[in-house]
Design a binder for this molecule. Structure first.
Ligand code: BYC
Length: 311
């Protein structure tokens, strides 16, 4: 008797073999991947907005060049992830429609404004830093195209994280006002950065299946703990105050303890009612409409080439 498709899939998952686009996969596995990967792509694209807003106001030409390159990288990550998601038999139009209707989410942190130049430093350091902690684990995700995308994306995110931390180092060792700006940016970015890892494991709707299918390799709480453990010494190196008075080293656990996230705020922001949700989607719709002529031109070129080769 030949092995069933389900049994082959299970064997591949069990044996750490990647699932590839043409392989059979359970409908729920596909659906869950489309959900997570498209949301990941949307996060990269919407995430261009808070920092993009600072490109024209960067303090020096060098800072401007670096920030421009960084924001372009995020756009590249988004496109790369959209392409990887399309291998699961969904289209860019469907993904954008889900984003605009609010059915598809994106990382809640991008619904907060970047109020000062120090926020650009804090975003690179903490937001890209949190993203890396998660994405390193996703390099081992079971879906081949997602895993390969993560390997490439993590390399760029490491540069992003370092450029953000370097801005913070400069500000923290600068004037009293600059240090205060750095502290303020840290205080405001800290909690939304912790929220990037999602609800507690006990409240996470998708973690169980996703861990079973090896889509996710570490749970929300495990990832959040790693992020706190790596960030506290970095805050201390900067000479800034800890943004949470409950952060203390727990000798027994070998980890830092920390305070509770404001989950009401988290729920509000992921349901569309954060400080910038409406602006972010409005801007996305506008940018998409403004770029329509580029897509039309590409289609026209493609059609012309197809006609030429047919002739
Ligand atoms: N924000 O069952 P759960 C970047 C939703 S961008 C919004 O735990 P899951 C960068 C969740 O989607 C990199 N929504 O979900 C770019 C679900 O809702 P639905 C961003 C959140 O999927 C520019 C519900 O809550 N990285 O680096 O098992 C500039 C229940 O949650 C959030 C990624 O996207 C949140 N924070 O775990 C700078 C990583 N948390 O779908 C930097 C890929 C939860 O049922 N994603 N929700 O409506 C993941 O790893 C996982 O999806 C999560 C959540 C860990 C985020």
């Amino acid at each position: 008797m030949s092995e069933s498709e389900q049994a082959i899939f299970d064997r591949h998952i069990e044996g750490e073999q990647k699932i590839e686009p043409k392989d059979w996969m359970p409908a729920d596995y596909r659906k869950n991947l489309i959900r997570q990967m498209s949301q990941h792509a949307h996060s990269e694209i919407i995430g261009m907005q808070p920092e993009g807003n600072w490109i024209s106001r960067a303090p020096t030409l060098k800072r401007k060049m670096v920030l421009l390159a960084k924001v372009q990288d995020e756009g590249g990550h988004g496109l790369y992830l959209y392409s990887a998601t399309e291998t699961l038999n969904t289209s860019r139009d469907e993904m954008n429609a889900a984003l605009h209707s609010g059915q598809a989410k994106y990382a809640s942190i991008f619904n907060y404004p970047a109020l000062s130049w120090a926020d650009v430093g804090a975003i690179g350091w903490l937001v890209d830093g949190a993203a890396i902690v998660n994405q390193i684990s996703l390099q081992r995700t079971s879906y081949g195209p997602y895993s390969r995308a993560m390997i490439r994306i993590c390399k760029e995110e490491s540069f992003h994280q370092r450029q953000g931390y370097e801005i913070m180092v400069e500000l923290a060792k600068g004037s009293k006002e600059q240090k205060a700006m750095a502290q303020d940016a840290l205080n405001r970015t800290w909690w939304p950065a912790l929220m990037m890892f999602g609800p507690h494991d006990s409240d996470s709707a998708h973690s169980g299946r996703s861990m079973q299918w090896k889509i996710k390799r570490r749970t929300n709480d495990e990832l959040r703990q790693s992020f706190v453990d790596q960030s506290v010494p970095q805050i201390e190196f900067l000479g800034l105050e800890l943004p949470d008075p409950e952060i203390t080293w727990n000798e027994q656990r070998g980890h830092y303890d920390f305070g509770e996230i404001n989950w009401d705020e988290f729920k509000r922001v992921i349901s569309g009612d954060g400080p910038c949700n409406r602006d972010r989607i409005r801007h996305h719709k506008k940018a998409l409409a403004q770029g329509q002529w580029v897509r039309d031109a590409l289609d026209a070129y493609h059609n012309k080439k197809s006609c030429e080769s047919a002739a």
